[in-house]
Design a protein around this ligand. Sequence first.
Ligand code: TIU
Length: 220
Amino acid sequence: MQIIANPFPFEFQLDRTALVIIDMQRDFIEPGGFGETLGNDVSLLQAIVPATQAVLQAWRRRGGLVIHTREAHRPDLADCPPAKRNRGTPALRIGDEGPMGRILIAGEPGNQIIEALAPIEGEIVIDKPGKGAFYATGLQSELRGRGIRSLVFMGVTTEVCVQTSMREANDRGYDCLLLEDCTESYFPAFKAAALEMIRAQGAIVGWTAPSASLLAALEG
Ligand code: TIU
């Protein structure tokens, strides 16, 4: 398949490509979670849910591999270094009890993927303690075992966990596409800059495209 993308068309083989949905969790998208405790307006992120859901459904209809990530720490915080936990001056830190359970802790209600994008049987869910989806996770071996060569990214936030994961993926040899209207930041200027950085210099990190480009190919 070839789709219209920036800075030039993106080519991929569906059975060698995974859809990777980064951290679409209540902790980032709903009030009372990690995103809000950091001082952010989480309502901005809710806008991408319909477009993200449309791509997920189309990808599922074609039988493509789906990978969901969650930013999640162990209840004993053994995988949360002080360099992460002590940043900022939040009302609640990682591990503290909030309105949706303990902030950014695996298994808590706030740590779950939002209902609209909930994983279904056969999809891979990767819990990650860092910003990148490859750091301290089994993602690389999951991809290798299935012969995956290309990754299509959606999720939040564009310049933090999405961009970090794309850079990690690019260094590991994957061609990466980011869907422009299926990713969001708490800072619109950071989203715009991240999209430009990713595709600059002849797609130095990867490609970007509107979801309509991918949907046209999947449904064509
Ligand atoms: N704060 C922020 O923009 N993002 C994160 O902390 N994690 C993710 O991006 N998932």
